[in-house]
Design a protein around this ligand. Structure first.
Ligand SMILES: Cc1cc2nc3c(=O)[nH]c(=O)nc-3n(C[C@H](O)[C@H](O)[C@H](O)COP(=O)(O)OP(=O)(O)OC[C@H]3O[C@@H](n4cnc5c(N)ncnc54)[C@H](O)[C@@H]3O)c2cc1C
Length: 568
């Protein structure tokens, strides 16, 4: 490392760090990339991701008959973000949303414009169908996507990583990039110069080699020795706080959503530890919107875990019936699976429990259960068309979903409702007992709305709505049927746990990804990008995300950091 004199140091070799490195090296800058994990983890969380990307008004949407526009997307973004901390001016009187709201406008323009060509230019291709994530809270001005915008990457997360990893590896061979794995940063070096204080490098700990660990496994923190290294610019791209439950609980928005869950499972690997947030704050950075996080309510324990407490998120279609821990059906649009994450979370936590239930049929699981994660979708990840046709259009649910049905501790399968509820009571937590009669009455009430053309049930209306576009009809939404119709059985119940995932607040940055101090001034030499920066500005999403916006946020903010370094 000594003989390599970098222009910039990137802390964290996830997607945001790779993008910043790619952009800086394109301008001939020399970049040292540090990561606490081994080389097998290159790409960080993005490798595990489904590779869903938020684009606006694309040829893929138009081919599916979806009419979208930047105006509609901006309306949706503002309704979802509900920025209420904007404040006035740029200095001390600016609010926590000051930069996040500006990033939001720029990001929606990017997603409706340059983003697609930028990524396609690097070799990324989308699948031909577009998913409808976060359909919203039922109001035109409020949260949610008015139209499907979730574009799946052919090759999922590993492909999103590949298009940046390969040029960065090329730059490594050309001598412009040096990777230092198992290097954990513990301090940002800030020194006074002629123009005031500036970030001039990092100090940290070299961790013992742990090459035997495969990607995603928790690694040792055994120390080999110290290191420090200097450069004119440092980019912090260290990810969020999703595997640091203590930090999540300390910042949990109890007043807004209810008490922090006692039992939580981890949607992200152990390296998503949030340590760099405190380290960057100590160096003078402003941290904002710490109470905003994007945890999900549809978590299941991975029966074949890679990291500790490994959770998988179900990406549900709209038809499963959703009950709280006491057996009362969730209401309104947030009772429709996949429509309104935070609204559902509020209803789940309002019972004082930290779990809820899906009740569904075999027909629904076959059409509507997708699992988030590259490894849970081997057909798309391996770009295997034959496997895709077999998995998605053949009989039964996909093999990973069937494996969960067979081995997952959260699944109950039964021939009738009484047997199902008995099975649910065996895995209910906290001594709660479900009443089969209460469930039966609500299911029968809902089932009567299936044949009713005038239907007053919000969820059944959402099911019909979900079958309007071709993706919904062909791939995503089961033909409406009665839950208690044995022809669609067996019955299935899934205990849904709360899983951690994304961090929506973080290090405050300006539109160049330069880190801002509490007084509003930029810290020379210090940048932050990706999840650690709330995906830009310290909170580009506000309170709610429209989905597929996280990878894109890493790309947009990493690009801004890399380009700013290139200009310096
Ligand atoms: C299963 C799953 C599915 C997902 N699906 C989607 C999706 O479909 N669409 C979407 O938009 N988003 C999705 N996401 C979210 C998205 O993948 C992440 O938000 C994003 O990849 C975060 O990237 P990052 O570069 O900011 O951080 P990370 O990927 O977390 O990388 C940070 C890196 O920094 C290193 N690091 C941390 N601290 C230090 C330190 N002190 N010293 C040295 N190194 C350090 C870590 O080891 C890590 O390698 C998904 C995430 C997961 C886990």
């Amino acid at each position: 490392m000594q003989e390599f004199a970098p222009d910039a140091i990137v802390v964290g070799a996830g997607l945001a760090g790779l993008v910043a490195t790619y952009e800086a090296t394109r301008a001939g800058k020399k970049v040292l990339v540090l990561d606490q994990e081994n080389r097998a983890n290159l790409g960080g969380q993005a490798h595990w991701s489904l590779g869903g990307l938020f684009f606006v008004d694309t040829p893929e949407q138009r081919r599916m008959g979806i009419k979208d526009s930047v105006e509609l997307a901006w309306q949706d973004w503002q309704g979802s973000a509900a920025f209420d901390r904007i404040g006035e001016g740029d200095g001390l009187e600016r609010g926590e949303d000051h930069w996040g709201s500006r990033w939001a406008r720029a990001y929606v323009d990017f997603a409706a414009g340059e983003k697609r060509d930028y990524l396609r230019g690097l070799g990324l291709k989308s699948l031909t169908f577009v998913g409808w994530a976060e359909r919203g809270d039922g109001s035109a001005s409020g949260h949610g996507n008015s139209v499907p915008r979730f574009h799946l990457t052919w090759g999922t997360g590993p492909e999103v990583v590949r298009i940046f990893r390969e040029p960065v590896e090329e730059a490594e061979r050309a001598g412009l990039v040096r990777f230092a794995f198992r290097h954990q940063v513990d301090e940002l070096l800030v020194e006074d110069g002629v123009d005031g204080s500036a970030c001039v490098g990092v100090r940290g700990t070299v961790l013992a080699p742990d090459d035997a660990r495969t990607r995603g496994q928790a690694s040792s923190r055994d120390v080999v020795g110290p290191f420090d290294v200097r450069a004119a610019a440092v980019v912090v791209s260290s990810g969020g706080i999703g595997h640091n439950f203590a930090m999540m609980r300390a910042n949990w928005p109890t007043e807004r959503v209810g008490p922090a869950p006692e039992h939580m499972i981890a949607g992200v690997p152990a390296h998503v530890d949030g340590r760099m947030l405190g380290i960057t704050e100590t160096a003078g950075a402003s941290l904002v919107n710490r109470d905003r996080m994007w945890a999900y309510v549809e978590g299941i324990h991975n029966w074949d875990p890679v990291w500790p407490d490994h959770a998988i998120r179900i990406l549900p279609g709209p038809s499963s019936m959703w009950f709280d821990a006491d057996g009362h059906r969730l209401t309104g649009m947030s009772g429709v699976p996949g429509a309104d994450s935070i609204g559902s979370m509020k209803q789940v936590l309002a019972t004082g429990a930290d779990y809820s239930w899906f009740v569904l049929t075999q027909s629904i699981i076959e059409k509507e259960f997708a699992l988030s994660g590259s490894e849970q979708n081997p057909d798309w990840t391996d770009k295997d068309i034959r496997m895709m046709l077999k998995e998605r259009l053949g009989k039964g649910a996909t093999s990973p979903v069937e494996a969960f049905k067979e081995h997952g501790e959260d699944f109950v399968v039964a021939a009738d409702l009484d047997e199902l509820v008995a099975g649910m009571n065996k895995i209910a937590r906290g001594g709660r007992v479900l009443d089969a009669a209460l469930l039966r009455r609500q299911i029968e009430d809902r089932d009567r709305q299936i044949d009713n053309a005038y239907c007053k049930d919000a969820q059944v209306m959402a099911i019909h709505n979900g079958r309007k576009d071709r993706t919904g009809k062909i791939m995503r939404v089961a033909k409406p049927h009665r839950i208690l119709d044995p022809a669609h059985g067996p019955l299935i119940a899934v205990r849904l746990n709360i899983l951690s995932r994304k961090t929506l607040g973080g290090i405050e940055t300006d539109l160049d990804s330069q880190v801002v101090r509490p007084d509003g001034s930029a810290i020379p030499g210090l940048y932050a990008a990706g999840e650690v920066a709330g995906f830009g500005g310290g909170g580009v999403h506000g309170y709610n995300a429209l989905e597929g916006t996280f990878l894109g946020g890493c790309i947009f903010s990493g690009r801004a950091a890399g380009r700013a370094i290139a200009r310096a």
